[in-house]
Design a binder for this molecule. Sequence first.
Ligand SMILES: [Mg+2]
Length: 434
Amino acid sequence: MNRQARIVLHLDMDAFFAAVEQREDPSLVGRPVIIGHRGRRGVVATCSYEARRFGVHSAMPSVTAEKLCPQGIWINGRHDLYRRVSREIFTLVADHLPCLERVSVDEAYGEMTGLVGSFAEAEALARDLQQAIHTTHRLGASIGIGGCRFVAKIASDLEKPRGLVVIPPEDFARRLGPLPVRRIGGIGPRLAERLARLGIETIEQLGRADPRLLRRELGLRTALFVEQRARGEDDRPVGISQQRKQISEERTYVDDLHGDRAICRELLARAEGVARQLRTGELLARTVVLKVRDGAYRTITRSKTLDEPTDLGPEIFAVARELWQQRTGFRGRGLRLLGVGASGLIPRIRVQPRLFADPRREQVRQAARASDAINRKFGAGTIVPGRLLDTDRPPAPEQGEEPTVERRMCTPRPEAKVQRTHRGEAPATHPPDL
Ligand SMILES: [Mg+2]
């Protein structure tokens, strides 16, 4: 099986606090704004690009900044505001990149492996994302894309502001080789100094260094670490920010939904949607959640934890159906709302491939991924499980049965009496609450 190369994105807002201030007060646009406390003990939190031109930068003592840029406009940061804007921005980002790990108020990593098929596609998605942030929030973001975290991180910093730098593995040596070793996260001033004493100042020199020398001088652990980075390797996964706890899809019906058959059909459609989102985000779910609301507005949720985490529609459906049939006590009532969710999310990359992976499950996953790819290319709903097309066929399959996949080009998805809940076309997914 040929495994797709890994693609990781790093997004970093440009001069974030200062940019928010300039957005809120247009009189600050184009002027050297410095966020931080003045005075003997103060340091610069961040500053606008206009102030950077004077040599001011983050973490600089305020006294120095005042000398370099006497005309600087000082603002004592409004951190509640920045946090709120940050939350809005990363909610938007998570719509593009389900597997998102925030590392600070203005920075996040996104796992793009599986989400896009190539670095070119990754670049196109990143450009859309940058544009969306600019259009919606009038703020600039820089994005780096690489084969792993540290490359993406360096890349996002190369062409700030509004930079978009893509460094596929084959360009690593050419693009990053000439940079000082300090650019690598984890190589601090002390380690850089020790390397400098060995005559190693750039990433390229680090790559050419004799491993025996490195091991002797730095110790095995550190030597292995720097050798890995010099080869452009970093196997740290992109985690999910704690706050993203659930992926779900729900629908509200204009006319209450009646009958097991119709309900199971809807459950299957929601389960498939949730599974697709999981696969897109390279996630697996440990728990399936069912939410139902009857005509009298009684709402209940039920959940069940699986033996094995999954990203497969039929497996999620089987559990959702079981919850519906056995646990809700709502049978026989008409439903106003029906939702299927997945929680207990874990990045796929963290799940060790099992020694005896179930080949049948793997087959279902591959078929699902293939249809995901076609749907991405030709539009959602190009391929759907056959069962969803045929309203007369009993929708309840045997547990674990794989969906029959039918090709269906350019015909509308049958959606009798389904009204999407809020926000237009998109299914009602819950953005992460960051
Ligand atoms: Mg930043």
